[in-house]
Write a protein that binds this ligand. Structure first.
Ligand code: C6P
Length: 418
């Protein structure tokens, strides 16, 4: 095969060229160039089936769920609860009632910080997170620690971006009340050894929350095999709509936890003297939920499962290898995060060019990346950087787009050299 053909030819694991046709945004021209969308870690593009399903719901089926007894409401409730089953299948959750709909990964973590943390964490207790966490998996625990007089402990990371498990082992004590770690770092791309982290925490009797925002859309996740206590992710990074996310929890924890928000539909009985709560998951879904978004998420997950999460992971890994080699070949480019196990996220810097300028100049070539601290300021501080440029890939990206990224970076360097 010629080098040119290799760039155009999709991997055997999935047909990315055919799949791209499902995404209307990917047909756009940006600044006179075909869009090269390399910002899926921020949010993924949406396939037409998801857009259509939500429009159809609003146009033909719209109604509330779990409240009214008319036909439309019964059908909407069926679709809503059907999406919950689809999510349970995606994560291999033992029971559908272990899936709670949230606004996103951020809300899922806050729900656990509130519902578990306020009840089970006290003065002098400790919560362990990692040095690579997104702010969503730092700030809620800091707020909890401040309120309770508890302490945050941080698993350090080595120069490659891998967590140092020997240090983690020393942090685990009988004061550890929870371990909260990302499955995949959004800033470095590291796939953390969550299986081992969970086993070690459980040996100390501590439950584990896994932030799967960057993992669930890109690789198979089996919450039973992981044996995690909580797992969260966001719909909008998984080809679904914004404003919807998922919290999986072990039933024994969800049942013992306090509700997060109080209001309609999360109750069994209410008197002015006392309220009793609905069974899980409804105890955690107060108020009219994001019905169309839940239904859209269900369609998005069916779409991903039809492609196959194994195939997605394998294909994206090929893209990662190709992009790593291409960027490493450019003088002046440094890849930040060189862990042995990585998802398809590459943070990089270019000597003498601020990441924001890289982002702006790449955009002029139609290449959309993210530049900044990626809501992970402590990781940036760890590597002594204010910011990085970040290219992140999805199954709808092509090898030819990695070449476009490489060429745009070379052009940026040439412009700055003038
Ligand atoms: N990361 C990024 O560009 P929300 O905003 O709730 O959908 O997801 C929060 C979140 C939590 N954990 C991780 C590991 C994440 O990557 C994110 C979102 C985006 O990297 C937006 S900052």
């Amino acid at each position: 095969m010629t080098a040119q053909a290799a760039l155009a030819t999709p991997s055997s694991t999935l047909d990315a060229v055919a799949l791209r046709a499902d995404f209307p945004t990917l047909r756009r021209m940006i600044n006179g160039h075909p869009l090269v969308y390399l910002d899926s870690a921020a949010t993924s593009q949406k396939p037409q089936v998801v857009i259509d399903r939500m429009s159809q719901f609003y146009a033909e089926e719209y109604s509330t769920v779990r409240r009214s007894i008319h036909l439309l409401s019964a059908k909407a409730t069926q679709a809503y609860e059907g999406a919950r089953r689809t999510v349970a299948q995606l994560l291999n959750a033992p029971e559908t009632r272990q899936i709670v709909f949230t606004k996103g990964a951020t809300e899922g973590i806050n729900l656990v910080a509130h519902g578990y943390g306020r009840k089970f964490v006290g003065e002098g207790d400790e919560i362990i997170i990692s040095a690579t966490e997104h702010h969503a998996n730092i700030v809620p625990w800091q707020m909890l620690c401040e309120e309770k007089g508890a302490h945050l402990r941080v698993i350090p990371v080595n120069d490659r971006g891998e967590l140092i498990l020997e240090a983690y082992e020393k942090l685990l004590t009988d004061r550890t009340k929870l371990v909260a770690v990302g499955h995949v770092s959004n800033a470095l791309g590291t796939i953390h050894p969550v299986e081992e982290i969970i086993q070690m925490a459980h040996a100390q009797g501590a439950p584990v929350l896994v932030d799967g925002a960057q993992a669930a859309p890109h690789m198979p996740v089996d919450v039973q095999a992981l044996n995690c206590d909580f797992y969260v992710f966001s719909g909008h990074k998984a080809c679904g709509p914004t404003g919807i996310g998922v919290l999986y929890g072990k039933a024994e924890w969800l049942e013992r936890m306090n509700p997060f928000l109080g209001g309609g539909d999360m109750i069994e009985t209410v008197t002015f003297e006392k309220t009793t709560y609905a069974p899980i998951p409804h105890k955690f879904e107060a108020g009219t939920p994001a019905i169309a978004e839940v239904i859209g998420l269900g369609t998005a997950i069916e779409y991903l499962r039809n492609i196959g999460l194994e195939a997605i992971a394998a294909y994206e890994h090929e893209l990662l290898d190709q992009a790593t080699a291409r960027l490493a070949s450019i003088p002046g480019v440094t890849i930040i995060g060189t862990a042995r196990r990585k998802a398809a996220i590459i943070s990089f810097t270019i000597d003498g060019i601020h990441p924001h300028d890289i982002g702006t100049l790449l955009d002029q070539e139609g290449v959309a990346i993210r530049a900044g601290h990626h809501c992970a300021q402590p990781v940036m501080a760890r590597y002594g950087l204010p910011a990085t440029a970040r290219a992140s890939f999805a199954f709808y990206n092509l090898p030819s787009e990695i070449e476009a990224l490489g060429a745009a970076i070379e052009k940026t360097i040439a412009v700055f050299a003038l």
